[in-house]
Design a protein around this ligand. Structure first.
Ligand code: NI
Length: 185
């Protein structure tokens, strides 16, 4: 297992149509493991293979200790609309409101290659739509209604409660997470 570099906006692979996975082999299972490691390292909620430089239709999501692996995910049903903040590991520190379906049904194949069909709602439904977008070369910023709504949250400017100086003599304490920050994927 390993942490792979995450491509950021401007890299052409993030704008490509990813290819369908034809055959599941050991290298793809290793890729799945690496994607979870990479996502954890970056504090993300989801990750799509093109974000780590692999132009294949594979996404991973982890939420409340539940892991989701989907090869060739296809959203087959969508219901309702809800607008909420999104972030993306390929656009670090940028956030903005995106309208997404409230509930989705998605089908694909799991880590073992077994056909699965999931009905998801809320944050998971949002994450699935965000990751499937990555497979089609779409970034969440394309879906923000007005680009003026995009916000950059500078980690150095983060104004969460700071520890007293004496607690942090080396100045190495990490900045607090902003309260309202959406999970990035
Ligand atoms: Ni993303």
């Amino acid at each position: 297992m390993a942490i792979r570099p995450i491509l950021t906006e401007g890299h052409p692979m993030l704008r490509q149509q990813a290819k369908k996975v034809r055959r599941l082999d050991a290298s793809l299972r290793r890729l799945v493991d690496d994607m979870f490691d990479t996502m954890h390292d970056a504090d993300g909620l989801g990750l799509a293979a093109p974000q780590v430089g692999v132009p294949l239709r594979l996404i991973v999501i982890e939420h409340e200790d539940e892991r989701y692996v989907l090869f060739n995910p296809e959203i087959t049903r969508q219901r309702g609309t809800v607008t909420d903040d999104e972030g993306c590991l390929s656009l670090p520190q940028w956030f903005g409101p995106v309208a997404r379906s409230e509930q989705v049904t998605v089908k694909g194949r799991d880590r073992a290659g077994k056909a699965v069909r999931l009905k998801l709602e809320g944050l998971l439904a949002r994450a699935i739509q965000h990751e499937v977008d990555h497979l089609d070369g779409t970034l969440f910023t394309d879906r923000v209604e007005d680009r003026a709504q995009l916000r950059y949250v500078d980690p150095a400017q983060d104004t969460g409660p700071q520890p007293p100086a004496s607690d942090d003599p080396d100045g190495t304490a990490p900045a607090d997470e902003p309260d309202q920050q959406a999970a990035a994927s």
